[in-house]
Design a binder for this molecule. Structure first.
Ligand code: PHE
Length: 341
């Protein structure tokens, strides 16, 4: 009986030698190791063997099984190696092809410009200070010198929340109060970046959400000339050192005096064109000297301290830098627009 196992082994090896590709190897595997394959058949036969010979037969049958399995695995490895070599030889795989380019995400144009702006103010000594997008009505308006029913509140159409007294901030200026209360009575020089919200009609020129960067400096000797110098340095670093600025009288309840800051048009260089509506100037930001009442609300003594503040819209700057003409592109999430930056 044991000798029939020897025959089985040599037969298995012989058939394996004739299996020249992976399909043939799979057929061999089923024929020898399948449920009704040769190996299970010979293991079943153990029942017909006289009890005395059974242990020896069993051991040998297992040895044959292991031997054949090992021979099969080795043959498979050789075949797989050969397949790769054959493919390479036939040129089926072009190993000189460049890899597939993966397309990692990128920063949104607003974020890119926001970071550039913060970088410039960083060089000028302004530290970033973040405050929250959901703000108390009292901080967004009241402490900024606009008590309830103050007509100037109309300048900022507001999104209210379901929690009475809490709104989506309409500008970054309420951050002035938070920053001052943290620093007073010490000196302060910060920029406050962040998203603002206004309940407005969406058009090519106005959106319901946009980024602002607020600037604030408070100290014992802060003058209007410091504001002018800071803004000129900023604008020249962002738009080129030929740029000029002009201050135009304006009104904000939280600054006194208040002004609008213009820069000479980057397209026509002041001659007058479509971009600057023939004026030669582009409005860039709002600014002013911090109102004494606001200084007091921030914890400073307006008799000894003064400050300047300004606020600019980031998307407007991106539009000027890139020649975009419709603010609605920013949140449309169109990859064809975004990938240009
Ligand atoms: N907060 C004002 C706005 O949103 C801008 C501003 C900031 C003006 C600081 C003066 C000082 O329009």
């Amino acid at each position: 009986m044991a000798s029939s196992l020897d025959t089985l082994l040599s037969q298995g090896i012989e058939e394996l030698r004739l299996a020249l590709d992976e399909a043939a190897l799979r057929t061999w595997q089923t024929r020898w190791f399948g449920k009704t394959g040769e190996i299970s058949q010979s293991l079943k036969r153990i029942a017909q063997i006289p009890a005395a010979e059974r242990p020896e037969y069993g051991q040998k049958a297992n040895a044959v099984k292991e031997h054949l399995q090992a021979a099969h695995d080795a043959a498979l490895l050789v075949l797989q190696d050969n397949t790769l070599e054959n493919d390479l030889a036939k040129g089926g795989i072009d190993i000189t092809l460049p890899g597939r380019r993966s397309s990692p995400g990128r920063l949104h144009p607003s974020t890119q410009t926001l970071r550039k702006i913060l970088g410039i103010f960083g060089e000028l000594g302004f530290e970033p200070f973040t405050s929250h997008e959901v703000e108390e009505d009292e901080v967004n308006f009241g402490l900024l010198n606009m008590p309830a029913h103050h007509p100037a509140r109309d300048m900022w159409d507001t999104f209210h929340t379901t929690r009475p007294g809490w709104i989506l901030r309409t500008h970054t200026s309420p951050g002035q109060i938070h920053a001052m209360r943290r620093a007073a009575p010490g000196p302060l020089r910060v920029v406050l970046p962040g998203m603002c919200y206004r309940y407005e009609q969406i058009t090519s020129r106005s959106e319901i959400m946009f980024h602002q960067v607020e600037g604030l400096a408070v100290g014992e000797k802060v003058h209007l000339t410091d504001l002018k110098g800071t803004l000129l340095a900023f604008i020249q670093r962002l738009f080129g050192d030929k740029r000029k600025i002009r201050l135009r009288s304006s009104y904000f309840p939280f600054t006194e005096p208040s002004m609008e800051v213009d820069m000479d048009c980057i397209l026509c260089l002041g001659k007058g064109c479509g971009l600057c509506k023939k004026t030669g100037w582009l409005e860039i930001l709002g600014a002013g000297m911090v109102h004494p009442t606001v200084l007091k609300n921030g914890g400073y003594d307006p008799e000894t301290h003064s400050g300047f503040a300004f606020g600019l819209g980031v998307e407007r700057i991106v539009m000027l830098l890139s020649g975009m003409d419709d603010i609605r592109h920013f949140w449309a999430n169109d990859w064809r627009f975004l990938k240009q930056f």
